[in-house]
Design a binder for this molecule. Structure first.
Ligand code: CA2
Length: 147
Protein backbone atom coordinates (compact mmCIF):
# COMPACT_ATOMS: atom_id res chain seq x y z
CA UNK A 1 0.00 0.00 0.00
CA UNK A 2 1.59 3.35 -1.04
CA UNK A 3 2.08 5.88 1.73
CA UNK A 4 -0.35 8.83 1.84
CA UNK A 5 0.39 12.51 1.30
CA UNK A 6 -0.19 14.46 4.50
CA UNK A 7 -2.09 17.70 3.79
CA UNK A 8 -1.82 19.77 6.95
CA UNK A 9 -3.56 23.03 7.76
CA UNK A 10 -2.76 25.43 10.56
CA UNK A 11 -4.72 27.72 12.85
CA UNK A 12 -7.98 29.38 11.86
CA UNK A 13 -8.20 27.60 8.51
CA UNK A 14 -11.29 25.83 9.90
CA UNK A 15 -12.97 29.23 9.27
CA UNK A 16 -12.24 29.09 5.54
CA UNK A 17 -15.29 30.14 3.50
CA UNK A 18 -17.08 31.38 6.59
CA UNK A 19 -15.27 34.76 7.01
CA UNK A 20 -13.04 37.08 4.95
CA UNK A 21 -14.04 35.66 1.53
CA UNK A 22 -12.36 38.70 -0.09
CA UNK A 23 -8.98 37.40 1.18
CA UNK A 24 -9.42 33.61 1.28
CA UNK A 25 -12.31 32.91 -1.13
CA UNK A 26 -15.65 31.17 -0.67
CA UNK A 27 -14.58 27.51 -0.50
CA UNK A 28 -14.74 25.87 2.92
CA UNK A 29 -11.96 23.62 4.23
CA UNK A 30 -14.31 20.68 3.63
CA UNK A 31 -14.61 21.76 -0.04
CA UNK A 32 -10.80 21.89 -0.22
CA UNK A 33 -10.52 18.42 1.35
CA UNK A 34 -13.03 16.99 -1.15
CA UNK A 35 -11.22 18.60 -4.12
CA UNK A 36 -7.90 17.21 -2.90
CA UNK A 37 -9.36 13.73 -2.37
CA UNK A 38 -10.73 13.55 -5.89
CA UNK A 39 -7.53 14.87 -7.52
CA UNK A 40 -5.39 12.58 -5.37
CA UNK A 41 -7.41 9.58 -6.59
CA UNK A 42 -6.97 10.73 -10.20
CA UNK A 43 -3.19 10.99 -9.66
CA UNK A 44 -3.00 7.58 -8.00
CA UNK A 45 -2.17 9.09 -4.60
CA UNK A 46 -3.79 8.68 -1.21
CA UNK A 47 -3.94 11.45 1.35
CA UNK A 48 -4.62 12.33 4.95
CA UNK A 49 -6.13 15.80 5.33
CA UNK A 50 -5.93 17.50 8.74
CA UNK A 51 -6.42 20.91 10.35
CA UNK A 52 -5.46 22.03 13.84
CA UNK A 53 -5.34 25.25 15.80
CA UNK A 54 -2.53 23.80 17.95
CA UNK A 55 1.15 23.90 17.03
CA UNK A 56 1.99 20.67 18.90
CA UNK A 57 -0.69 18.73 17.02
CA UNK A 58 0.75 19.85 13.69
CA UNK A 59 4.21 18.78 14.87
CA UNK A 60 2.81 15.38 15.93
CA UNK A 61 1.33 14.85 12.43
CA UNK A 62 4.68 15.78 10.85
CA UNK A 63 6.39 13.22 13.13
CA UNK A 64 3.79 10.61 12.11
CA UNK A 65 4.53 11.38 8.46
CA UNK A 66 8.20 10.44 9.05
CA UNK A 67 7.18 6.79 9.07
CA UNK A 68 3.73 6.83 7.45
CA UNK A 69 3.80 9.64 4.85
CA UNK A 70 5.25 9.93 1.34
CA UNK A 71 5.17 13.75 1.30
CA UNK A 72 3.76 16.76 3.12
CA UNK A 73 1.68 19.63 1.77
CA UNK A 74 1.41 22.23 4.49
CA UNK A 75 -0.43 25.50 4.92
CA UNK A 76 1.01 26.46 8.31
CA UNK A 77 -1.16 29.62 8.38
CA UNK A 78 0.18 32.13 10.96
CA UNK A 79 2.70 29.55 12.26
CA UNK A 80 4.57 30.07 8.96
CA UNK A 81 5.78 33.38 10.32
CA UNK A 82 6.56 32.30 13.89
CA UNK A 83 7.27 28.59 14.27
CA UNK A 84 10.86 27.37 14.44
CA UNK A 85 9.38 24.23 16.06
CA UNK A 86 7.45 23.35 12.89
CA UNK A 87 10.59 24.03 10.81
CA UNK A 88 12.59 21.70 13.08
CA UNK A 89 9.95 18.96 12.72
CA UNK A 90 9.96 19.33 8.92
CA UNK A 91 13.76 19.11 8.92
CA UNK A 92 13.37 15.64 10.48
CA UNK A 93 11.14 14.51 7.56
CA UNK A 94 12.92 13.04 4.53
CA UNK A 95 10.28 13.32 1.78
CA UNK A 96 9.09 16.28 -0.30
CA UNK A 97 7.51 19.25 1.48
CA UNK A 98 5.37 21.80 -0.34
CA UNK A 99 4.12 24.99 1.34
CA UNK A 100 0.78 26.49 0.33
CA UNK A 101 -0.68 29.91 1.08
CA UNK A 102 -4.12 30.77 -0.21
CA UNK A 103 -3.39 34.50 -0.28
CA UNK A 104 -0.33 36.20 -1.74
CA UNK A 105 1.57 36.74 1.51
CA UNK A 106 3.98 39.10 -0.30
CA UNK A 107 1.21 41.59 -1.05
CA UNK A 108 0.00 41.77 2.55
CA UNK A 109 1.39 43.05 5.86
CA UNK A 110 5.21 42.95 6.15
CA UNK A 111 5.06 40.42 9.02
CA UNK A 112 3.73 37.83 6.53
CA UNK A 113 6.67 38.21 4.10
CA UNK A 114 8.91 35.77 5.96
CA UNK A 115 8.08 32.08 6.44
CA UNK A 116 10.31 29.79 8.52
CA UNK A 117 8.75 26.82 6.72
CA UNK A 118 10.00 28.08 3.33
CA UNK A 119 13.55 27.26 4.42
CA UNK A 120 12.63 23.54 4.27
CA UNK A 121 9.97 23.60 1.56
CA UNK A 122 10.82 22.13 -1.84
CA UNK A 123 8.31 24.56 -3.35
CA UNK A 124 6.01 27.38 -2.25
CA UNK A 125 2.65 28.34 -3.74
CA UNK A 126 1.02 31.61 -2.70
CA UNK A 127 -1.84 33.68 -4.05
CA UNK A 128 -3.59 31.04 -6.18
CA UNK A 129 -6.52 30.77 -3.80
CA UNK A 130 -7.52 27.28 -2.76
CA UNK A 131 -6.39 26.03 -6.22
CA UNK A 132 -2.93 26.17 -4.64
CA UNK A 133 -3.65 22.89 -2.85
CA UNK A 134 -4.46 21.18 -6.17
CA UNK A 135 -1.35 22.62 -7.84
CA UNK A 136 0.72 21.37 -4.92
CA UNK A 137 -0.79 17.87 -5.25
CA UNK A 138 0.11 17.78 -8.96
CA UNK A 139 3.66 18.85 -8.13
CA UNK A 140 3.81 16.24 -5.36
CA UNK A 141 2.76 13.55 -7.88
CA UNK A 142 5.62 14.65 -10.17
CA UNK A 143 8.14 14.67 -7.32
CA UNK A 144 7.05 11.18 -6.28
CA UNK A 145 7.15 9.87 -9.85
CA UNK A 146 3.38 9.39 -10.16
CA UNK A 147 2.97 11.32 -13.44
O1 CA2 B 1 -2.83 32.78 2.82
C1 CA2 B 1 -2.74 31.82 3.60
O2 CA2 B 1 -3.08 30.68 3.30
C2 CA2 B 1 -2.24 32.05 5.02
O3 CA2 B 1 -1.43 30.94 5.39
C3 CA2 B 1 -3.49 32.11 5.90
C4 CA2 B 1 -3.20 32.47 7.35
C5 CA2 B 1 -2.30 33.69 7.44
O4 CA2 B 1 -1.94 33.92 8.80
C6 CA2 B 1 -1.04 33.56 6.60
O5 CA2 B 1 -0.30 34.75 6.72
C7 CA2 B 1 -1.41 33.31 5.15
C8 CA2 B 1 -4.51 32.76 8.09
C9 CA2 B 1 -5.47 31.63 8.06
C10 CA2 B 1 -6.75 32.12 8.63
O6 CA2 B 1 -7.80 31.69 7.79
C11 CA2 B 1 -9.00 32.31 7.90
C12 CA2 B 1 -9.93 31.98 6.96
C13 CA2 B 1 -11.15 32.56 6.99
C14 CA2 B 1 -11.47 33.47 7.98
C15 CA2 B 1 -10.53 33.80 8.93
C16 CA2 B 1 -9.28 33.21 8.91
Amino acid sequence: MPKPIYILNGPNLNLLGLRQPEVYGKATLEDVAEGCASLAAELGLTMRFHQSNHEGQIIDWIHQARSEGAGIILNPAAYSHTSIAILDALNAFDGPVLEVHISNIHRREAFRYHSYVSQRADGVIAGFGTDGYLLALRRMATLLGHS
